[in-house]
Design a protein around this ligand. Sequence first.
Ligand SMILES: [Zn+2]
Length: 398
Amino acid sequence: MATGGIAKSLLNLGLMPELSQDLDVLLNWLHEQELTAQGGCMDVVPGSLNAEKAECYSGERVAIAQATGRQSVQRLKQRELKALKERFKNTQPSGVTEEAVWGAVQDPRTAVRVLDWNKLPADAMAFYRPFHYPPFDQWGIYLLIGPLLSYHRRLVELSGKQRLYSPEVLMHLVLFEVFNHEFFHHLVESTATTLEVLGAARGDKIPLYLNYRQWARGEQNTYPHAPLEEALANAYAYNSLSFISRIKAGYRTAAIKTYQAAIRKHWHLEPKGYRDAEYYIDGAYVPGGAHLLAQLLGRPASTVNETPLSCIAKTVMPNGFTAMMAKPDIPTYLVGNSEELMLFNKLIPAPNEAYTQLFWPYNTEKFDRYVQEKKEEEKKSKLLAKQRISSKQGVFPW
Ligand SMILES: [Zn+2]
């Protein structure tokens, strides 16, 4: 291999860095440099928080011991994915009507007015355990299946009249939103780690991430939308939905856009910080990211006005490229008893593909076709109306 050859010559020249690019090397280095803190173990039992009151899990305090059981999520192989599509090729989302889909295509916002949704923050149903809190075999995203299922049950009841989502589709949307919220916490930790490594490389070793976490939830944090990280995590999940719905109008786009409209309408019911996501959606993630960088650097008040942090936030970090581990590969665990896991797997047959790409195996061709036909009809009637107006105008002499 060519790269092997290059690597070998670097080795011969004594230019190969002693510390490799492996993540394990980085984690051990963080630990040796005393940039990590001891993570608590089992002082909060998943599911014990009151999800109704929107209490949130904080990753550094929660750890799932192996003994409690956690199911690691794996990517499906091509052959498994093909078999899954084959199995569901005649399964349409149940309870959905063509009219409801067309209504949502025309205006996604009108479809959500009827929802009286007790919106819960993602962190009431999942948490990110940072790698700055060893043991290192426990870091990653934990999806708490019990709380997710009961939240989903309530949403199914609420949205039933809309005839737009099947229970399966709704669970895919909830899972995607929750996972992407948690993934943003990984982006923040990855950004902090990058700054820590670069700082140490120039002789300035500071535990930026630990300091930031302590500050972010303390009284000294007077940022108007504190904790900002939560507002940005909600906005990131929202923006990720926008990113995957840039395809032609059909069932998928209608379902995503309506779900986004519902999220926006109900954010205000979430706790402080989470509820301020509206300020940071679409392009506004950039100024939000600049403030977050200033906070990570421990200079929240002035840095953002004195240095072009917005430029860094737009092009460098925090964004998907900052991640120490990409979305499909980040350690992700399903936590729940066997009955809950069975129910969940029935709703989501391919979890990894669902939370990374909103993949579902159901057949939506009928609805896609209906939307396309209605769009054609709409185009034709607009054209006719235009022709009628111009022929009418022709009657008048002026
Ligand atoms: Zn969060």
